[in-house]
Write a protein that binds this ligand. Structure first.
Ligand SMILES: N[C@@H](CCC(=O)N[C@@H](CS)C(=O)NCC(=O)O)C(=O)O
Length: 215
């Protein structure tokens, strides 16, 4: 198989890569990493020293591609499917897509991660100030995002893009922290995302693992 995805089925950033893989229809071998296993831990460190997944390995092109946004861009460039995920034919729209991707990752997804990571910390080493700041950042970002979605199906309008690959996991898990029911447009958008076949498949495959979500 040309492509290998190093991932975990509960990892929100891995979902972003999986959605893009299912959108493009690129064939790949999923390689599940359990980071409590020292061999898997060492393998991920060798692939990408920051030891974060997802990592895509393109055996055919001898390339290791880390970072979820870069993976989506790589797939759009080298394994494109029916959906133009990065709108690369229109530089202005491509930049706006990337800006939305950055906004979702930096202010919603990473804030959600901060809260969920803290839930895994033992008593005595928790970080309540960091968690409060993350919740504030998340709420501020959601309040800014909600009106933008008023009259559009997807983040960039009618076309499903990188920004939607980013939004799906970020909003799905954030809903457990700040209910999206408080944001009418985001809430309706999240339902559209869940019904999108690529994301519905990711969720179905993650189902057996949901019991391990710590928050
Ligand atoms: N900026 C990275 C973030 C990746 C990331 O945070 N991955 C998490 C899982 S969602 C991870 O590898 N966690 C393992 C750990 O930190 O132990 C990306 O976009 O891929």
């Amino acid at each position: 198989m040309a492509l290998e995805l190093y991932y975990h089925p509960l990892s929100s950033y891995c979902w972003k890569a999986l959605i893009a893989l299912y959108e493009t229809g690129a064939e790949f071998e999923p390689i599940l990493l359990d980071l409590s296993n020292p061999e898997h831990d060492a393998l991920l460190r060798r692939l990408w020293p920051p030891r974060k997944f997802p990592v895509l390995r393109d055996v055919a092109r001898d390339m290791v591609v880390p970072e979820s946004s870069t993976i989506v861009e790589y797939l759009a460039q080298h394994y494109p499917g029916p959906t133009d995920l990065c709108l690369s034919g229109d530089p202005d729209r491509a930049r706006q897509t990337r800006l939305r991707d950055r906004f979702l990752d930096l202010y919603i997804h990473n804030s959600m991660q901060k809260v969920s990571d803290d839930a895994l910390r033992p008593e005595g080493v928790k970080d309540p100030h960091g968690v409060a700041a993350a919740r504030t950042a998340m709420r501020t970002a959601l309040e800014a995002l909600d009106p933008q979605l008023e009259d559009r199906t997807w983040m960039m309008g009618d076309v499903f893009t990188l920004a939607d690959c980013s939004a799906a996991p970020a909003l799905f898990y954030s809903d457990r922290i700040i209910p999206m029911a408080g944001f009418a447009n985001i809430s309706a958008y999240l339902e559209r995302l869940k019904a999108r076949p690529s994301f519905a498949r990711v969720l179905k495959e993650a189902e057996p693992w949901f019991q391990y979500v710590p928050f």
